[in-house]
Design a protein around this ligand. Structure first.
Ligand code: NAI
Ligand code: MG
Length: 359
């Protein structure tokens, strides 16, 4: 049995998760996966139910699950609560408590969506890059962090950006391993011209590189990387970077592919436990309207089957089904183009289910 914990979350989370679960159930029948699902709350939904964004019992359920599928958390409803209880803190906590330090964020342009990107087709066509983001260290977790009022009455706040050698080494290894099964090309992105943490990052990545002589390693400052991602994104294959830079660059990369609604992700620990979720947030601006793109979450199911369970045929089939649906010209609003048929969240999920059944 494969025990999968479903955490729909907030905003569009429950809408896109319903479609992903439909697809997972069909894949389960078709490929005899032996999947068993359980459900719980995370983020604002958990705050409303348990008074905290991640309840202890939910964390325990996540610990014993073989894999976790997450929608997205957050929203304006919880903007005014104690910052320590905000929905996003629940997400950060589950990532760190489960040791999910390796975040894989592929940015792949489906050829059918070349027109959906705001960049010229020749710049993005054939784009297939992988951003490996460190997920449990750096400035999102660093202590001390504080907000205070100075003696002169001025408000001030600070965060801390720490990285230890072992944290850098383990994420570098994930990235080199990925590079080995792809095109043996890795770019490490940092700000080593300014930050001490980045200088250590660069040093340790160089040390890890000695174990991977076949991989062509380069380094780039994050500001230049942001520019190069838009100027000539196909120069990259695998990118490895820290928590905050990876957060920003992966959102940027998503636009090369047309929409953030297309990008899945995997967050892995040192073994084979993983949490899978779309790269986007809870999209409060479109929540409850039935228009959100469920494909990033559906593609996250595919990543789960591939990375946590080695169910390669089922993972491939889901990706193929998504591609077929795009061939049929079905588009949610975020990827809509001339001559295509605009569909809602449920119709898109139904179309993937139908395509998967017919494969
Ligand atoms: P967002 O990713 O939720 O939305 C950014 C824009 O992309 C919005 O215009 C939204 O409508 C659109 N969008 C996102 N997903 C879409 C989809 N599947 N289909 C169609 N359009 C989509 O980012 P935003 O607005 O900065 O954050 C909203 C909330 O989500 C905040 O509370 C934030 O903290 C939270 N958040 C949660 C994340 C997570 O749970 N992993 C990640 C990022 C943000
Ligand atoms: Mg983000």
């Amino acid at each position: 049995m494969k025990n999968i914990l479903i955490l729909p979350g907030d905003g569009i989370g429950p809408e896109i998760m319903a479609e992903a679960v439909k697809v997972l159930n069909v894949a389960n029948d078709k490929f005899d996966l032996g999947v068993e699902l359980s459900h719980d709350d995370l983020g604002g939904a958990a705050y409303d139910r348990y008074g905290v964004p991640l309840a202890d019992e939910t964390l325990e359920r996540a610990r014993v699950a073989d894999a976790i599928l997450l929608g997205a958390v957050g929203g304006p409803k919880w903007d005014t609560i104690d910052p320590a209880l905000r929905p996003e803190r629940g997400l950060l906590k589950i990532r760190s408590q489960l040791g999910l330090f390796g975040n894989l964020r592929p940015a792949l342009l489906y050829p059918q969506l070349a027109a959906a990107s705001t960049l010229k087709p020749e710049v993005v066509s054939g784009l297939d890059i992988l951003i490996v983001r460190e997920l449990t260290g750096g400035i999102y977790f660093g202590q001390p962090r504080e907000r205070k009022v100075l003696d002169n009455g001025e408000r001030m706040a600070y965060d801390t950006l720490p990285y230890s050698e072992s944290e850098v080494r383990r994420i570098a290894k994930v990235a080199f391993d990925m590079a080995m099964v792809r095109n043996k090309k890795l770019c490490s992105v940092d700000k080593a011209n300014v930050l001490a943490s980045s200088q250590l990052w660069r040093e340790v990545v160089e040390e890890v590189a000695r174990d991977y002589p076949e991989v062509e390693l380069s380094h780039m400052y994050v500001d230049n990387a942001a520019m190069q991602l838009v100027r000539a994104p196909k120069q990259f294959d695998v990118i490895v970077t820290d928590n905050m830079f990876g957060d920003i660059l992966s959102d940027q990369a998503s636009m090369l592919t047309g929409s953030i609604g297309m990008l899945p992700s995997a967050s892995l620990d040192a073994g084979n436990k993983g949490m899978y979720e779309p790269c986007h947030g809870s999209a409060p601006d479109i929540a409850g309207q039935g228009v959100a793109n469920p494909l990033a979450t559906i593609l996250s199911v595919s990543m789960m089957l591939r990375y946590s369970f080695n169910e390669v045929a089922a993972a491939d089939a889901i990706e193929q089904a998504v591609s077929l649906v795009l061939d049929q010209g079905l588009r949610t609003g975020d990827i809509m183009a001339e001559g295509c048929q605009k569909v809602g969240t449920v119709q898109m999920g139904d179309a993937v289910v139908a395509a998967l059944k017919n494969l």
